[in-house]
Design a protein around this ligand. Structure first.
Ligand code: ADP
Ligand code: MG
Length: 281
């Protein structure tokens, strides 16, 4: 079921009417599209096969896709289907109307309550995927979308595991802003635990939500890496003691002692108003 057998472009165009460009990355373009039969809005991400094959990730992508199709969570963008032509792979996804969380943050920083609400939704999504053995590995505000109800939707869960690797192969890695969210053990290149690097990125995201700026930021990349290694960050003075404590656990440079999803859910700052979301697969 995870095989992507190639179709012609004509078959794709008979099923979906491709509309405007929503976003553009180094290796992918995302379009708004309409399912002609149902009239439903979807987002279609087109990726060049050549780039994936070149980086040797074709076997991984197939595995990830078969898992992704089984994941259904209110705070994760649903993957409807995957189509492929000779040259491209198309991910047909749920269309999320509200745009990127990133553009909301750039307007102003969030209150601690609003930061908590988004962070709870993020952790709910991340925990769900981790329990299914799927890691994002490229969590950052640009990959978090907001729907019409103002709820968070994590984009590309599982696919980023593959596509972020493609980044490594291309030119964009240093200019796309991703390094600011990268855990120290990735910089050390000693191998890493997928769950723990996602937790680190969630910590950086929460920091940005609460403060309006990045915890580890420098014009100079080497200097930024040094700060990440040391876990050197300064919280704004309005940060509550409860949240300060949680940051020290999220942005713990040692992945072994870094907080887990289960521990986050028990955290007193986090758990305020958190209703655990349960699912039946
Ligand atoms: P890349 O990995 O190249 O950055 P993304 O999957 O993050 O590609 O998509 C690029 C942009 O396209 C996103 O930042 C977002 O603005 C838009 N986009 C992606 N997926 C969706 C979606 N399901 N609904 C609406 N917009 C989307
Ligand atoms: Mg992106």
């Amino acid at each position: 079921p995870c095989d992507i057998s190639p179709i012609t472009q004509q078959i794709l165009f008979e099923k979906y009417e491709i509309g405007r460009l929503l976003g553009c990355g180094a290796f992918a373009k995302v379009y708004h599209a309409r399912n002609i039969q149902t009239g439903e809005s979807v987002a279609i991400k087109a990726i060049s096969k050549q780039k994936i094959v070149k980086s040797g990730f074709m076997p991984n992508i197939k595995r990830e896709i078969s898992i992704m199709r089984q994941l259904h969570h209110p705070y994760i963008v649903t993957l409807f289907e995957v189509l492929a032509t000779k040259a491209k792979i198309y991910f047909v996804m749920e269309f999320v109307k509200g745009g990127e969380l990133f553009s909301e943050i750039s307007k102003c920083r969030f209150s601690e309550d609003l930061s908590r609400r988004y962070f709870q939704q993020l952790i709910s999504a991340v925990g769900y995927c981790h329990s299914h053995g799927v890691f994002h590995r490229d969590l950052k505000p640009e990959n978090l979308l907001i729907d019409e109800k103002g709820d968070l939707k994590v984009s590309d869960f599982g696919l980023s595991a593959v596509t972020s690797q493609v980044h490594n192969d291309g030119l964009l890695y240093t200019s796309c802003g991703t390094p600011a969210y990268v855990a120290p053990e990735i910089l050390a290149r000693k191998g890493y635990n997928g769950a723990k690097i996602d937790i680190w990125s969630c910590g950086v995201i929460l920091f940005v939500l609460n403060s309006g700026y990045l915890p580890f930021n420098c014009r100079n990349l080497a200097e930024m890496y040094r700060k990440i290694y040391r876990g050197e960050f300064r919280l704004p003075k309005w940060t509550s003691p409860g949240l300060r404590h949680l940051f020290s656990r999220l942005l713990d440079t040692n992945p072994v002692t870094r907080i887990t999803v289960d521990e986050i859910i028990q955290d007193p700052w986090f758990s305020q108003g958190y209703k655990e979301i349960k699912f039946h697969d």
